[in-house]
Design a protein around this ligand. Structure first.
Ligand SMILES: [Zn+2]
Length: 190
């Protein structure tokens, strides 16, 4: 799943939670970042750090990583659970195209090949760092050029939800937009 769908479903989920019963104010900027955190982490590792990485979905696309992250956030501050949940939701939304051996790693086999590290020739293997990064950017970019109908529908759904969020929080009005950008808050008015 791609950017708009991840951010759209997660931000609107947080918005609904805030309207329903959350006492804490949600920082929607942070929520949006957490919605795509697994991709930020794994793509950075894939592009720049792990030469043997096979794809842009690695260790952060595992339930074990997500639960550890959720636990760490709750230990830091109890109210942070919603940000851990946002990242966990990324995994749920990706699960359709994620192998069980990766999502549940290391339960179905602890080999690193299950988290797409090693186990075959990695994209750009044997090339210089710069060439490898370019090769991998191309691999990553192909995700966007090979979208199927389901992906497109999910993206459109994400866009519609973000539009509904923008309208109902009235971010087209200057002070609402500024409070979202500067403080991450969205109007709680019903
Ligand atoms: Zn992902």
């Amino acid at each position: 799943m791609l950017l708009l769908a991840h951010v759209g479903y997660t931000v609107v989920g947080g918005w609904a939670a805030q309207r329903l019963r959350l006492k804490n104010t949600v920082d929607f900027r942070l929520l949006a970042v957490m919605a795509v955190l697994p991709d930020i982490i794994d793509r950075t590792l894939f592009l720049f750090i792990i030469p043997d990485a096979q794809s842009g979905r690695l260790i952060a696309h595992t339930l074990a990583f997500q639960l550890a992250l959720l636990t760490a956030l709750v230990v830091i501050r109890r109210g942070f659970w919603i940000y851990g949940l946002a990242s966990l939701m990324h995994l749920a939304l990706d699960s359709q195209t994620l192998a069980a051996s990766q999502a549940l790693w290391p339960l179905l086999g602890s080999g690193l090949e299950n988290v797409q590290i090693g186990g075959g020739e990695a994209p750009g293997a044997g090339q210089s760092f710069g060439e490898r990064v370019l090769d991998r950017l191309e691999v990553d970019g192909s995700n966007y050029t090979s979208l199927d109908l389901i992906d497109i529908l999910f993206e459109v759904g994400g866009l519609l939800l973000l539009t509904a969020f923008a309208i109902s929080t009235r971010i087209f009005e200057r002070h609402h937009l500024l409070s979202l950008l500067l403080r991450g808050t969205a109007s709680r008015r019903r």
